[in-house]
Design a binder for this molecule. Structure first.
Ligand code: NI
Length: 186
């Protein structure tokens, strides 16, 4: 089911989400909803808080960017209770990021593009993989959502000043995008 995307300013995006327990009701339905909503809004990753659910679940499919970043080819990830360790020996670089919950805002974020990722899949099987390149960045961006962190928290204060007006508009519900949204004040 396609859900509305919760927009910057909504408190659900700022909560630390709890881990998913084995008896979590309808985990598969939550994952299906994440997929449906992400594809509908042309995203490359989505975290459960972005559809209003505080649970540690992420879906990533950045295959559309495979021309630029070959490591993304065919890589679809359902991450339940992920643990992300940023590895110091990776490339630290600045690239532009955006977020379905912050439509119209794109800013450079510096991250180390190498992580060790541990996670459960939708059947609670555990996995571990070292991931580098752009996918490591996507994983860090989505993982941040589970801790109530947004990519704009990583940008320079001067840049944040410059987008202050845009952020205020999002909080007020002045949103222009092609997908259904849910704002705090509207
Ligand atoms: Ni995001």
């Amino acid at each position: 089911m396609i859900e509305p995307i919760y927009i910057y300013g909504h408190p659900v995006l700022r909560k630390v989400s709890p881990a998913v327990e084995k008896d979590y009701p309808d985990l598969k339905k939550l994952i299906e909803n994440l997929k449906d909503t992400m594809y509908k809004s042309d995203g490359i990753g989505i975290a459960a808080p972005q559809i209003g659910v505080n649970a540690r679940v992420i879906y990533i499919d950045a295959g559309v960017l495979a021309d630029t970043f070959p490591e993304l080819e065919g890589k679809k990830l359902v991450l339940v209770n992920p643990e992300v360790e940023v590895l110091d020996d990776g490339d630290r670089c600045s690239r532009e990021e955006g977020c379905l919950s912050l439509p119209g805002i794109h800013e450079n974020v510096t991250r180390t593009e190498k992580v060790n990722l541990k996670w459960l899949d939708e059947d609670f099987n555990s996995h571990e993989e070292e991931i580098s390149g752009y996918l490591a960045r996507v994983i860090q961006h989505e993982y941040d959502h589970l801790d109530g962190i947004l990519f704009i928290d990583h940008i320079a204060p001067i840049r944040k000043q410059l987008i202050r007006g845009k952020l205020a508009n999002l909080v007020k519900g002045k949103v222009h995008c092609d997908y259904r949204t849910k704002c705090f004040k509207k």
